[in-house]
Ligand binder design. Structure first.
Ligand code: BMA
Length: 396
């Protein structure tokens, strides 16, 4: 009898294991050698999708609307009681080994902010307003560039050198747990626009794809960077909503080169250049999120609103009426797993009102607190451990 029970237990267990393995197989990032924490982050985000949206903010720990470089501070924390769940950082200027990024954040300090966020359980994402490797100008120096930096081309070595610097920065980010900090890397964003040197109309689509693929292969296979999840993020303003599912794929490098199906959408949330009626804009916002989530689902990937916001937050109820309303609009929009609002530029340094999240005394604060308090939206203080292997839903 004892033997029969033993056998039964073994049979039952092996059933569980193979089911687990099956699940893991379909949930793996594109890097087969991704670190355990990176895989866990990917799987946990996928598990949270449909249940919660993580709130994120660019440059959150480095400065705010009226402070600069004061340890522990964060506009989001000061108004809501919690740091954001997602921290965006930009590596613009790193390639030239400059001390500071393009918005004045010292790279050594950025490293400590990244570590602080990770140690508290937050998610880190990088964009890279990369200098132009051909002209030495900035990201907005829109001369045809990609064709000159691909393998075998005149400026290829410069590009490789810059990736080496990126690799060195990314592989020396270590948390208090002694592990490499996973990063959602979102290179060459908004490439369907024509404002960056990697953009549409300036380069051929196949060159953009070749650049993306080279970048993945070089960092992953040659430089052995294994703490990255790769996010693709076209801009909504250069898609036709009627044709979104086709337009989205401009420059798409392929399923083996992308983990996160992202969308940058400032356009439908009140962009000053968008003259569409606000109610229609809201409908378009919902449609764009619905389609993004459907695309992600069809590819078995994760969907995210990789950049959003309205400069100066003209509508103080927008956290409920625009963002939450759209994210909760239907079971598809609910699958967006995080949203990243852009930076709160420091008023003294930049002498302009360029902020996208509330700060102490800013009129949308009250509504932002309501937004934070909904069960659906997660800030850092509500996060599960995203870096541990996920517990299957039914075991929670
Ligand atoms: C843009 C603006 C710029 C900034 C750049 C990179 O959207 O905020 O001021 O330099 O992002 O962060």
């Amino acid at each position: 009898m004892k033997n029969v029970i033993h056998l039964l237990i073994i049979i039952l267990m092996s059933g569980c294991i193979s089911e687990d393995q099956g699940k893991e197989e379909v949930h793996l990032p594109i890097d087969a050698n991704a670190t355990q924490e990176t895989v866990a982050l990917y799987q946990n985000l996928k598990d949270l999708s449909g249940e919660h949206v993580l709130f994120g903010h660019q440059d959150d720990l480095a400065y705010g609307f009226n402070w600069w470089d004061e340890p522990g501070r964060s506009d989001v924390m000061e108004v809501s009681g919690s740091y954001p769940a997602v921290y965006g950082w930009d590596l613009g200027n790193i390639a030239e080994k400059r001390k500071d990024n393009l918005d004045g954040i010292n790279f050594k300090k950025m490293r400590t902010y990244i570590q602080e966020g990770y140690n508290r359980g937050g998610v880190i994402t990088f964009s890279w307003h990369m200098l132009n490797p051909v002209t030495g100008g900035n990201s907005w120096d829109t001369v045809p560039t990609i064709t000159q930096i691909l393998p075998g081309k005149e400026h290829h070595q410069t590009y490789r050198d810059w990736l080496d610097i990126f690799a060195e920065f990314s592989t020396t980010l270590i948390g208090n747990d002694g592990e490499l900090i996973p990063v959602i890397f979102r290179p060459f964003h908004e490439h369907n626009g024509d404002w960056f040197w990697w953009g549409k109309g300036i380069n051929d689509e196949e060159d953009y794809i070749a650049l993306w693929r080279f970048t993945v292969e070089y960092l992953r296979d040659e430089k052995q960077v294994h703490n990255l999840l790769w996010a693709f993020s076209p801009d909504r303003s250069r898609t036709n909503i009627e044709n979104f599912k086709k337009d989205y794929f401009y420059g798409y490098p392929g399923d083996d080169y992308v983990d996160i199906i992202g969308l940058d959408n400032y356009w439908d949330v009140g962009h000053p250049a968008n003259e569409t009626d606000p109610n229609i804009q809201q409908e378009h916002f919902i449609q764009s999120l619905t389609y993004t989530a459907q695309i992600a689902d069809s590819l078995n990937k994760i969907a995210a609103l990789t950049e959003t916001g309205i400069e100066t937050i003209p509508d103080p109820e927008s956290w409920s009426n625009i963002y939450l309303a759209a994210l909760k609009a239907n079971p598809w929009t609910e699958r967006i797993v995080y949203m990243l609002t852009w930076r709160n530029a420091n008023k003294n340094r930049e002498n302009r009102d360029h902020y996208y999240a509330p700060f102490h005394g800013e009129p949308s604060t009250e509504n932002f607190i309501e937004f934070k308090e909904t069960e659906f939206i997660l800030f850092e203080d509500e996060l599960p451990d995203l870096y541990k292997k996920p517990v299957k839903k039914e075991q929670r």
